[in-house]
Design a protein around this ligand. Structure first.
Ligand code: ZN
Length: 95
């Protein structure tokens, strides 16, 4: 089964995920989430073994260009983080 790829600027925070194996339903954040450098993933928190825990969804983090496309929708705190990350990458202040 393929995990759902979520849109960071979409409805992933309220969207309900369903485990095809045990029937668990819940939001991304109610699942068993793990944070990586470029994405966050969500595995079913239900009664599965460590090796056969279904991957329900993947949330890729936006690129700098995607953040800028949604600049008006994001919070000031997020803008701060994006600016810091851009500075770290040597990208000039684009405001
Ligand atoms: Zn499950």
């Amino acid at each position: 089964m393929a995990a759902i790829i979520l849109d960071y600027f979409g409805d992933w925070q309220t969207r309900r995920l369903t485990c095809p194996v045990c029937g668990w339903t819940g939001t991304f954040q109610e699942g068993d989430t793990e944070l990586y450098a470029a994405l966050q993933d969500c595995q079913c928190p239900g009664p599965h073994g460590f090796t056969d825990r279904p991957m329900l969804a993947i949330l890729p983090f936006p690129t700098f260009d995607e953040w800028r496309e949604h600049w008006d929708e994001i919070s000031e705190a997020q803008r701060c983080l994006v600016r810091l990350a851009e500075a770290k990458e040597g990208i000039q202040d684009r405001d």
